[in-house]
Write a protein that binds this ligand. Sequence first.
Ligand code: SAM
Length: 284
Amino acid sequence: MTETNAIGRDFWNSSAGRSWVEQEVLLDSMNMPAARVLFSSAGLLPGQRVVDIGCGGGATTLAAATAVIPGGVAYGYDISEPLVKRARQRAAEAELDNMIVELADVQGLTVPDHLRFDIAISRFGVMFFDDPVRAFTSIRNLLRPGGRLSFVSWAGLEHNPWFRLPMEAAVARLGPAPPVDPNAPGPLAFRDRGRVEDILENAGFRRIASRATDIELPMPGGAEAGAALARHVGPVARLLKARGGTEEDREAIFASLGKRLKAFEVDGELRIPARINLFEATAP
Ligand SMILES: C[S@@+](CC[C@H](N)C(=O)[O-])C[C@H]1O[C@@H](n2cnc3c(N)ncnc32)[C@H](O)[C@@H]1O
């Protein structure tokens, strides 16, 4: 059998996974408003069994584990060894013995019937599957009958300068990026709500609903910190590689990005407008 998500597995176990650990403080700050949208939809209650899909370094798993005390448990599953290690460390630091983190590809993951979950959540952890219908079928099977799914993904580039501006800065310097399948696994793969609703339907979910929500991404340290973060996460590295960019190109791109991000500085902090999609569904 061929290994599923081989490209994603390599990506999240390479420098990308390590960068997410190293940049945890800024990423947690930036992604906090998305967590608020997710948790207000999930409405977690004490005693519930929660599963966090693509839990990364565990910020949302930790919050879920705390929300379901007493009596509940939060499992996090992720394909990235460095991020799983970090999430386990955070559980230990917080002395949360109801937070359990496992290294796993969620696409194809199963649990015995008696361990199924009341609710599955994810913040930006579900857009990377090479077979989304199969992956969401697995997620549905992780849930008990009547169990709920709530997750957030990014909307399109036009609503998300955090993704658009680095691309624009890179394209201005290097020329257009080589064409790629816009629905290929990646952070923006779930920008089209209709497409994702079809995936959920085909994976056997029912009572499917989605809505777009506008938020701001707060980042202490202003435009400089934002441009520095974009060196470690985001699309520029791929374009530099594809176009054979030099060190000089890299420096020019991030200097230009720093200038573009200035438009979103408020009192020395970045507040970048963003749009995310919230999806909710039920396992029959
Ligand atoms: C953008 S990060 C989000 C991490 C975390 N949910 C957060 O909000 O901080 C995406 C995460 O999905 C994980 N991931 C990607 N493909 C996966 C798969 N097939 N199974 C499990 N996790 C996966 C990655 O390793 C990464 O940690």
